[in-house]
Design a protein around this ligand. Structure first.
Ligand code: PLP
Length: 393
């Protein structure tokens, strides 16, 4: 059976299988740093590419490669490159595709460190960046410069939940000879497939929904075409930000239940969003599954569901937000997202603390914004916890 022709859920369960003499039901963990060659000629062939044998785990490892193949199949790409974290994926993409003198245009409300590494570190290497609201394609168009090499978007954006039209960005990028990169962490391959909408590269922090159990930090980059894939892989090998085989095993285990975890979490999130939208102490809420979301239509078009992430603000601002966060007992006050457990955090003082004050204001990361990642606990318990916390506000 050709796994690439099977449905999404079959790929989740069987897509990570490899040939194994003992026919184990799960993918074996090849916890080894190096691999022996049959003889000196074979070793030379592995190095010059004539033989596909394994050499060294930073370059490639059977357990890690199984996960890479599985994610490439789920995102419909040429190949995947597993890395040690989501940020390793971000930096591998930046360093592969940007040189001194190049320019990147990016969503303003993106994962905080992906922006601060650009504005505070890569600027030292002569790489310029412009951060804009990518929900408006005309704004994106006007931000492009002759030296723009990369259009980098995150949708839904972190933490504003703004939605960017991936297909429109792909068209604009390609008309201008630019590559489109999409951070698909919030959606996972289950809810959104940017390569199918025209993107050239998609990446994930697998720390979030893909692994889903808050016990691994990892990332993956998937390229649509071979030549970009090869460049990215060579950069990863050089940077040495490879994934560990044991973590690859854990991610493959978590991945098997991706569909059912996301279905359950987004059912909960839709109800929690409806509850918050009606609550008298809530000033505003952004969730793609609510009709009140400004890009609800685009979300319906490009996402297969609304996901488990909600942003909202209380009428009492940051002070009220603190009271709420300090009075929750089920939801953990913690960063990260997309796992089985409900998490709450305050982006302006936590995940996005390093983005400048003006940057935050422009991107809509207001002081009152609370980010909620809804888990798969019983809905009644999640709402009772919020109800109790809001009562203290
Ligand atoms: C967490 C996250 C990252 C970074 O991933 P790490 O695994 O923490 O390095 C990048 N993008 C988004 C949207 C994230 O949520």
């Amino acid at each position: 059976m050709n796994i690439t022709e099977c449905g999404f859920n079959t790929k989740l369960i069987h897509g990570g299988e490899i040939e194994d003499q003992f026919k184990s039901a799960t993918t074996p963990i090849y916890q080894t740093s190096t691999f022996a060659f049959d003889n000196a000629d074979e070793g030379a062939k592995c190095f010059n590419g004539e033989s596909a044998g394994y050499i060294y785990t930073r370059i490639g490892n059977p357990t890690i490669n199984a996960l890479e193949k599985q994610l490439a199949a789920l995102e419909n790409g040429y190949g995947g490159i597993a890395v040690s974290s989501g940020m390793a994926a971000v930096n591998t993409v930046y360093l592969t595709l940007l040189s001194s003198g190049d320019h990147i245009v990016s969503t303003d409300a993106i994962y905080g460190p992906a922006r601060s590494i650009m504005e505070n570190q890569l600027i030292r290497f002569g790489i310029q960046s412009t951060y804009i609201n990518t929900t408006n394609i005309d704004v994106v168009k006007n931000a492009l410069k002759p030296n723009t090499k990369l259009l980098y978007i995150e949708t839904p954006a972190n933490p504003t939940m703004d939605i960017t039209d991936i297909a429109a960005c792909a068209k604009l990028a390609h008309e201008n000879g630019i590559l489109l990169v999409v951070d698909n962490t919030f959606c996972s391959p289950y809810l959104q497939n940017p390569l199918n909408l025209g993107a050239d590269i998609v990446f994930h922090s697998m720390t979030k929904s893909i692994n889903g159990h808050a016990d691994v930090v990892a990332g993956i980059i998937i390229a649509k075409e071979k030549n970009i894939y090869t460049k990215l892989r060579n950069m990863m090998i050089g940077l040495g930000c490879n994934m560990d085989p044991h973590q690859a095993y854990l991610v493959m285990r978590g991945l098997k239940t991706l569909s059912i975890r996301i279905e359950r979490a987004q059912q909960n999130a839709q109800q929690v969003a409806a509850y918050l939208e009606e609550h008298p102490k809530v000033a505003w809420i952004k969730y793609p599954g609510l009709k009140s979301h400004p890009q609800h239509d685009i979300a319906e078009h490009q996402m297969k569901g609304s996901g488990s992430m909600i942003s909202f603000g209380l009428k009492g601002g940051f002070e009220a937000a603190k009271v709420l966060m300090n009075n929750l007992h089920l939801a953990l006050l913690a960063v990260s997202l997309g796992g089985v457990e409900t998490l709450i955090q305050h982006p302006a003082s936590m995940t996005h603390a390093k983005v400048s004050k003006e940057g935050k204001i422009k991107a809509g990361i207001t002081d009152d914004l609370i980010r909620l990642s809804v888990g798969i606990e019983d809905l009644n318990d999640i709402i009772a916890d919020l109800e109790n916390g809001l009562r203290q506000v």
